[in-house]
Design a protein around this ligand. Structure first.
Ligand SMILES: CC(C)(COP(=O)(O)OP(=O)(O)OC[C@H]1O[C@@H](n2cnc3c(N)ncnc32)[C@H](O)[C@@H]1OP(=O)(O)O)[C@@H](O)C(=O)NCCC(=O)NCCS
Length: 167
């Protein structure tokens, strides 16, 4: 079995800071999830989810990281690596931002830093799985150099699998 370095959990870009979760992020995280349109999760439950994310990271060495704007200091979403539909060896990149922050290149900027963090672990390849309807996300991945590999069919529709080699 190949072992990988732990991913760096503090990343900085021109406009953004990515850093580890804190339970005090629960209210903002809940507000972000409520934008999915299935109601607002209880903050107490999200606190537990954050504890679970931190515990999972302690064993996997990969993480989703909250994104903060440097200038405003506000939480605008998260980006990072998850096992998802893939594997710990070749994990998935994932991101989700508040609507108010969309369309300014933040997802691409954050994900670019996560690609660097993934490469720093010694990994050679990442995946991403995206609903085929999700044009903005597919565009982000295209800008990052991901290439379409195949599609699969799920209950909620067609899922596009994209992959990217790491230097
Ligand atoms: C996907 C998501 C993170 C993108 O965040 P973002 O910060 O707006 O992304 P960026 O600004 O870096 O790039 C978005 C690109 O999509 C393009 N785009 C956005 N909406 C579009 C549309 N309806 N049709 C075509 N292109 C579109 C933008 O123009 C931009 O491309 P460009 O730089 O060539 O102009 C954001 O839409 C989001 O949080 N969505 C909900 C959660 C989600 O879907 N996560 C991904 C699950 S796989």
């Amino acid at each position: 079995m190949t072992t990988y370095e732990t991913m760096p959990f503090h990343l900085e870009t021109e406009r953004l800071i990515l850093r580890p979760w804190d339970v005090s992020d629960a209210a903002e995280f809940s507000a972000l999830l409520s934008e999915r349109g299935n109601g607002t999760p209880e903050v107490e439950r999200i606190r537990s989810s954050i504890e679970e994310l931190l515990a999972a990271t302690a064993t996997t060495g990969i993480a989703l990281l909250p994104i903060q704007r440097r200038a405003e200091g506000d939480f605008i979403g998260y980006c990072g690596l998850i096992i998802g539909r893939a594997t710990l060896e070749e994990p998935e990149i994932a991101y989700e931002l508040f609507r108010r922050a969309h369309g300014r290149g933040y997802a691409t900027e954050a994900a670019g830093a996560v690609l660097g963090a993934a490469a720093a672990t010694g990994r050679k390849r990442l995946w991403s799985t995206v609903g085929s309807w999700n044009t903005p996300s597919l565009r982000v991945l295209e800008k990052l150099g991901f290439e379409r590999d195949h599609v699969s069919m799920e209950e909620n529709g067609e899922v596009v699998w994209l992959t990217r080699s790491l230097p």
